[in-house]
Design a protein around this ligand. Structure first.
Ligand SMILES: Cc1cc2nc3c(=O)[nH]c(=O)nc-3n(C[C@H](O)[C@H](O)[C@H](O)COP(=O)(O)OP(=O)(O)OC[C@H]3O[C@@H](n4cnc5c(N)ncnc54)[C@H](O)[C@@H]3O)c2cc1C
Length: 512
């Protein structure tokens, strides 16, 4: 009898599940996934809190890759009923994606600014003449006197926006995200995330917007990702996509083992020979497969290798840094009126708001009602996600849920967005390793990559798997290419490392 071929996969996030479904669709190789959590979707999962759903981060389903866009639409079709401007009406049936409009603004000086910052009358009034003059002079100065070479992210921002615009709209938010000064972050991060964003680009976009209607096309291929006006979104949040994929994987013979953490990867003669998982009761299980696809953090993977990697690779792996994340669902009766005359209102139109205010720690605010009304089970409330960037074990991370909720509610009250008496309910979710950092030993990543490339049946894919600031689409594309390589029997991984480096895949906004 022919021996069944098996691919062992660490992680049931977008990357692991895409790899599993691609294998099933295109071969008789059996995927076996091991997932620490009880849920699927990884960072792109949806938390269900008393019927109200929380998206960990607000996941736009948008890609410049047609392959990814088609893949998503095959799994969850776009709701057929549309409004006149091409947005989806909430479908009666559950398995659909909506087309949603993007509105994200910056909240600063207790006022709302357009995001990306525009040269509108409102922006100028909100900034005031003195700050405006400083912005124009600093931008003109930076255009002539460029900081070369660009040694860090601060240089990157200043060269494109000038010091004043950088200090006003980029510095505090970026430092909230990363917890270190921009002068300590590699300019690579800017190049990878916001390459196409510029003052000239923002002006051009504003003009284009005046003269063109984007219609029902959700592709927006020539639009910088920061400026995407509409995106697809599953009716019940991003996790719905990955639950449907997981169902298909299992229905077609794949396996998903929840509560199994990959803790050991045995190697012999440049091959993974077996892996070991630990289940919720601490019991160890050994698994043998022909290939191993890893979406687990590369630092954890290297620590699980037996024998351990060569010293120079181990040093790089141990020096990789991550940024962790807390998101708190907060249900309120209404928002307060704001200083720029918005409100009083029971809701704002934004999908998310960047909180630029330096006197609070909150980084972003999601308004889940505006992502999909189906995320909110309670009538006439605002269901929000308060996002905090932190470090595992720091003061924020270690707070009890109760204390954290009190702290976060007080922050929103301090910046005049809510009255604490209007808070109805909350739910705190901690997300370790939400962001692979472009500092620490990242500069020497090549050494680590060179070592892992020698392990012929090992494929590193996904966000933490490759230590890349990937969105779902990049993670999925790396999964697709890993499956391509497995199916043709090639150990060559160079194409995987091109994803999210090549312009087509660039994610250009400030941060997710
Ligand atoms: C705040 C925020 C906003 C975002 N917004 C967007 C957006 O708008 N659009 C977009 O496309 N993307 C967005 N992203 C990015 C998106 O979340 C990720 O790109 C995507 O989830 C990465 O998928 P992945 O499978 O590579 O990794 P993950 O989602 O991290 O999944 C990895 C899985 O592996 C499991 N795992 C880890 N270690 C082990 C182990 N040892 N054993 C077994 N299992 C293990 C984890 O539990 C997890 O389920 C956002 C991310 C954040 C943090």
């Amino acid at each position: 009898m022919k021996k069944e071929k098996r691919v062992l996969i660490a992680g049931a996030g977008p990357a692991g599940l895409t790899a599993a479904l691609e294998l099933i669709r295109r071969s008789d190789i059996k995927p076996i996934i091991f997932e620490t959590l009880d849920d699927v979707g990884g960072i792109s999962r949806t938390i269900n809190y008393k019927g109200n759903r929380m998206d960990i981060g607000g996941h736009r389903f948008f890609s410049k890759s047609d392959w990814v866009m088609d893949w998503w639409r095959t799994v969850l079709p776009i709701a057929p009923e549309k409004t006149a401007d091409g947005l989806s009406l909430i479908p009666v049936e559950d398995r659909h994606m909506l087309i949603r409009p993007r509105l994200s603004r910056i909240y600063f000086l207790r006022k709302f600014f357009d995001y990306p910052v525009s040269l509108s009358l409102r922006t100028m009034t909100n900034l005031g003449p003195w700050r405006l003059i400083k912005i124009v002079v600093a931008f003109a100065w930076a255009s002539v006197f460029q900081r070369k070479p660009e040694r860090n992210l601060e240089d990157f921002f200043v060269n494109r926006f000038g010091t004043e615009l950088y200090r006003t709209f980029f510095k505090d938010y970026t430092e909230k995200v990363w917890g270190v000064p921009c002068s300590e972050i590699s300019p690579d991060w800017g190049a990878q995330r916001i390459k196409g964003l510029s003052v000239i680009g923002a002006i051009k976009h504003a003009v284009d917007k005046l003269f063109s209607h984007l219609g029902a096309d959700v592709g927006q291929k020539n639009t910088n990702t920061s400026l995407i006006e509409r995106f697809m979104y599953p009716k019940f949040g991003p996790g719905q996509m990955w639950q449907v994929v997981a169902e298909e994987v299992k229905a077609r013979g794949g396996e998903i083992h929840h509560g199994h953490r990959v803790v050991k990867v045995s190697l012999d003669a440049n091959k993974v020979t077996s892996i070991e998982t630990e289940d919720c009761e601490g019991k160890r299980h050994t698994w043998i497969g022909d290939w191993f696809i890893s979406t687990m953090a590369i630092r954890d993977l290297m620590q699980a290798c037996d024998p351990p990697p060569p010293a120079e690779a181990a040093i790089v792996a141990n020096g990789l840094c991550y940024r962790d994340f807390i998101t708190m669902g907060l249900m309120v009766k209404k928002l307060k009126p704001t200083r720029d005359g918005r409100g009083p209102t029971n809701i704002v139109p934004d999908t998310w708001i960047y909180i630029q205010e330096p006197d609070v720690k909150i980084g972003r605010l999601q308004i889940f009602n505006n992502w999909s009304p189906a995320l909110v089970a309670v009538k006439d409330v605002i269901w929000m996600g308060l996002e905090y960037f932190c470090q595992e074990d720091d003061e924020l991370w270690s707070m009890s849920d109760q204390n954290f909720a009190r702290f976060a509610i007080n922050e929103l009250a301090k910046i005049e967005l809510i009255d604490p008496a209007d808070a109805i309910d909350w739910n705190v979710v901690r997300v370790p390793k939400a962001y692979p950092a472009y500092f620490g030993s990242y500069g020497q990543f090549g050494t680590l990559r060179a070592y892992t490339d020698t392990i012929t049946n090992l494929f590193l894919i996904g966000r933490n798997g490759m230590h890349r600031y990937n969105n779902q689409d990049h993670s999925m594309l790396t999964a697709k290419l890993a499956v391509d390589a497995i199916l043709v029997g090639s150990p060559n991984k160079s194409s995987l490392w091109e994803i999210n480096v090549d312009d087509d895949y660039h994610e250009e906004k400030i941060s997710n």
